[in-house]
Design a binder for this molecule. Structure first.
Ligand code: VGL
Ligand code: ZN
Length: 189
């Protein structure tokens, strides 16, 4: 698959708390980093999102079940857990969408930051390649919002990891049904 000038790569939530050692670790989450770093040079436009919660975010629980989407506290604004993985390449001028900033509102999609859509439209992006963490939550929600926002959406599966295998299978099915194309990074020219 050839990358064009009107393509962009969107890297979702590759933050310490979603990697092994973090408070809401995705199994093997760190494995996406070399794959993502290796693809960035192919794209004219690369944007990032981060989960960026206040200390009292409504999704936090002392007894999180995950099933009801209650979570251990994670990605607290300015904390080490909220930082991007240090080995992730983040260009200094990259657009970074922050989400989950309202204490009373959960936000899984990177498009919860309206500035992301404005930025991509300004860059005349038509097709969006999505990757990152976690495939069964924020990556899925972001890809679905991107379809709604009118982008052609491609998910790079091996540049994603999920919280549960079951969740990943459900996410892939939902995304396919929504018209998202699912590829492996090796398919990119
Ligand atoms: C996420 C659960 C809670 C994610 C964020 O980035 O997938 N998952 N907050
Ligand atoms: Zn969160």
């Amino acid at each position: 698959m050839r990358i064009n000038d009107d393509d962009a790569l969107l890297v979702v939530d590759v933050q310490n708390d979603f990697c092994p050692g973090g408070s809401l670790a995705v199994p093997n989450g760190n494995a996406v980093v070399p794959v993502i770093n290796g693809m960035q040079g192919k794209f004219n436009v690369v944007a990032f999102s981060r989960d960026w919660h206040p200390v009292d975010h409504c999704s936090f629980s002392d007894a999180p079940t995950f099933e009801d989407m209650s979570w251990p506290s994670h990605c607290i604004q300015h904390s080490p857990g909220a930082a991007f993985r240090t080995d992730l390449h983040v260009p200094l001028d990259a657009y970074v969408a922050s989400k989950g900033t309202d204490p009373n509102e959960e936000a899984y999609s990177a498009f919860a930051d309206p500035g992301l859509n404005d930025y991509l439209k300004k860059k005349q992006v038509k097709r969006l390649f999505v990757c990152g963490l976690a495939l069964d939550f924020c990556v899925k929600a972001t890809a679905l919002s991107a379809v709604e926002a009118g982008f052609d959406v491609v998910l790079i599966q091996d540049a994603c990891r999920g919280i549960s295998e079951e969740g990943v299978q459900e996410a892939l099915q939902t995304l396919r049904t929504a018209g998202v194309k699912i590829i492996q990074s090796g398919a990119l020219e």
